[in-house]
Design a protein around this ligand. Structure first.
Ligand SMILES: [Zn+2]
Length: 255
């Protein structure tokens, strides 16, 4: 049976997601920014929380864990490199490990850069990718603990997922990301189409995620740093892709 998801806002602009297995009744929260919106989503869906899958240690992804675990006795799965900085971890995972949510089978992808131990979760049968703060729609996370080269490799790993993978990221930053992306690729038709779509969604009070990997490959400059036209637009024609990525990220930091 196909997995079900439920997306909701937490804090100011964080997204929480529930992933539900109708066969077993198991439900995972992908990160836990704060407990109350997760509880509200559980109540609205009638689902029972069995797992929390953590992408990285930042407080706006882990702040709700203690309260949720106390109430639901759920299992907390966390990246092995960050377990010491995440509360109440039951299981740690590494690259290529399998994570089960009931009968749903996910795979761990190590995607360091935003934090040193950041991981993403991909559920191939349903083509659901939970990428935390590594990839955003038309953007990517700040490189805080890693290096630009490391972050670029992480983005390449995510870029290798199927085109129709649905991308669930940690924040609603899409509008600002599009404004910035247009400074890099002002004539990118896919980017301009995505802007019209996003304006419509936001005007209707709808989230702009999930996105698809195909849509991101077509319009997200951070996934396009190895294209000659993108390198050229930032004055780095012929330069290694990770350096082009670093320049784009640096410009975004200053924007
Ligand atoms: Zn973060």
């Amino acid at each position: 049976m196909a997995a079900q998801t439920r997306l909701f806002l937490c804090l100011t602009d964080n997204y929480g997601v529930l992933l539900h297995d109708p066969e077993s009744g198991a439900t995972a929260a992908i990160d836990a920014p704060e407990a109350a919106p997760v509880e509200a989503a559980l109540k609205a869906s009638g689902w029972r929380l069995t797992d929390i899958l953590v992408t990285h240690h930042h407080a706006d992804h882990t702040g709700g864990i203690a309260e949720l675990k106390q109430r639901h006795r759920c299992r907390v799965v966390a990246p092995h490199g960050e377990a010491a900085r995440i509360p109440l971890v039951d299981a740690t995972v590494r690259e290529d490990d399998e994570v089960r949510v009931g009968s749903l089978k996910g795979r761990v992808l190590e995607t360091p850069g935003h934090t040193a131990g950041h991981i993403s979760y991909f559920f191939p049968a349903d083509k659901l990718a939970f990428v935390g703060d590594t990839l955003f729609s038309i953007g990517c996370g700040r490189v805080i603990e890693g290096t630009p080269e490391m972050m670029w490799q992480s983005l390449l790993k995510l870029r290798g997922l199927p085109d129709d993978a649905r991308i669930y990221c940690g924040h609603e930053y899409t509008k600002a990301n599009i404004s910035f992306a247009k400074t890099i690729e002002p004539t990118n038709a896919a980017l301009n189409a995505r802007e019209r779509e996003v304006d419509k969604l936001l005007a209707a009070g709808q989230p702009t995620i999930p996105s698809t990997l195909a849509a991101e490959k077509a319009a997200n400059p951070f996934l396009r740093a190895d294209l000659p036209e993108v390198a050229k637009s930032v004055g780095l024609a012929g330069t290694p892709a990770w350096k082009v990525f670093a320049e784009i990220r640096e410009r975004k930091n200053r924007s």
